[in-house]
Ligand binder design. Structure first.
Ligand code: CU
Length: 458
């Protein structure tokens, strides 16, 4: 039996619009929460009900299935600890949704009424904010401000009508420094009611996140503000990020959201694109200008559109060069021009596996097989048909191929370049090796300028 006090609490709770779901009767009404076991890119989820649209492809991720309940589209997100593989050889213990970080992409249509159940299986409270959506204030998901936090074990429900189409995301607004540093985020695409409106053939989505995970450890350092060592797309780093596979002459859209602590100038090779959509809505076609790099600031989302009319393997990457490397390179010292042979000899006596490297630059490290601590990734890695790619982090490949079937997203392998179209060696023109790399006595002057002689200069 309710006491008066409990009755008032219950009345107060039902007055907040992000409503706590409790009791056996309601539990039976909550839809199943599908879960994903790994970081495989799932095929696009075509709509079985409602208006037609071209579903998106979440890089190394998936779209959350839903069920219809009357005229409501019902989804179920579960906030929980997850294990995420960043690339073969490295896993991290993150927080995410439905088994993975990022959480599954939510897709629906402008005008849809959506009901999202959110169950909290984290050790602390959380909320979900629907970044960019027009909705009643009480569904905005700001803990303390627009709703009470969702305590561990509780399920809340958010109900709102999708008032405009576009490119959105979801993330917590509760202990958010920790929860986003732990990987809690997901994409939210609202398709236009008119399936022909700004339609493309292939539509890819990914969220950018940064992590600070020390080589050999598994949990991100959540208090880090600036000094991250893993720059991820959908919590994956190159060579763990799947390619954008497209057919020649496809209209392609790539939607990008930034939940790191810095901006990322995203650069695409081989094509010009236009920004077609932001988290604020569609950019009128006449107002967009051609770009090959778009800066995505913190908290922003950008969709870029282009026609993939140049066959090939085209790099797509963040243009901050420190964001295309992985953890092991993060604290490597600069030795360009130093005499490492002498130094290595001395160090080798006390630490046999320690390697000093980089006297000629760091490109050697792309091909280097060296002992690594468990659970980390080389600074730059990934092989392609001509050798090591010397990249890590925020890097992937746009693979444009002739004659791919509409639904074919399989990695087609490396591009077969037409005869005579690859940059080539000019035979018989060999410049002398630079002095600093030469082991001869001629290099002695240069090698004499060692970092140590600066450091101890008196
Ligand atoms: Cu970047």
């Amino acid at each position: 039996m309710f006491s008066r006090r409990q009755f008032l609490d219950a009345a107060a709770l039902s007055a907040v619009s992000a409503t706590l779901v409790s009791g056996r009767a309601q539990a039976a009404a909550i839809p199943e929460a599908p879960t994903a076991g790994d970081a495989t890119t799932q095929p696009p989820l075509a709509p079985a009900t409602g208006p037609d649209y071209n579903p998106v492809v979440t890089l190394n991720g998936w779209t959350l299935p839903w069920r219809m309940n009357g005229d409501w589209k019902e989804f179920h997100l579960v906030a929980e600890p997850v294990v995420r593989e960043f690339a073969p050889g490295m896993k991290a213990y993150l927080w995410g949704y439905n088994g993975q970080s990022p959480g599954p992409t939510i897709e629906a249509v402008e005008g849809d009424k959506v009901r999202v159940f959110v169950t909290n299986r984290l050790p602390e409270h959380t909320t979900i904010h629907w970044h960019g959506q027009r909705l009643p204030n009480g569904k905005d998901g700001v803990g303390g401000l627009t709703q009470p936090a969702i305590k561990p074990g509780q399920t809340f429900v958010y109900e709102f009508e999708l008032r405009r189409s576009g490119t959105f995301m979801y993330h917590p607004h509760a202990d958010e420094m920790v929860q986003m540093a732990m990987g809690m985020m997901g994409f939210f695409v609202v398709h236009p009611r008119d399936p022909q409106f700004r339609r493309v053939d292939r539509d890819f989505v990914f969220l950018m996140a940064s992590y600070d995970i020390e080589p050999g450890s598994y949990v991100p350092k959540v208090n880090e503000m600036t000094d991250f060592n893993l720059w991820a797309w959908n919590s994956r780093v190159w060579p763990g990020i799947d390619p954008f596979v497209v057919a020649k002459n496809d209209k392609v859209r790539i939607r990008i959201g930034n939940l790191t602590m810095t901006n990322h100038p995203i650069h695409a090779h081989g094509h010009e694109f236009k920004v077609s959509c932001t988290d604020g809505g569609w950019v009128p076609e006449g107002a967009a200008w051609p770009e090959v790099t778009v800066d995505v600031a913190v908290g922003q989302m950008r969709a870029i559109d282009f026609v993939a009319d140049e066959p090939g393997d085209w790099a797509v990457h963040c243009h901050k060069s420190h964001h295309t490397m992985n953890a092991m390179g993060h604290s490597v010292k600069t030795y360009i021009g130093a005499d490492l042979r002498a130094m290595q000899k001395k160090i080798g006596k006390v630490a046999p596996v320690q390697m000093t490297m980089g006297d000629k630059g760091m490109a050697d490290m792309g091909a280097m097989e060296m002992p690594l601590p468990d659970n980390t990734l080389p600074m730059m890695t990934g092989y392609a048909q001509f050798g090591p790619v010397e990249m890590g982090g925020m890097f992937s490949v746009l693979k444009v191929r002739e004659g791919l079937a509409r639904s074919d997203y399989k990695d087609p392998g490396w591009f077969r370049h037409p005869e005579g179209t690859v940059a080539r060696l000019v035979p018989g023109e060999q410049a002398p090796a630079p002095k600093c790399a030469a082991p001869s006595e001629k290099g002695a002057e240069y090698r004499a300028v060692k970092p140590s002689s600066h450091m101890h200069h008196e």
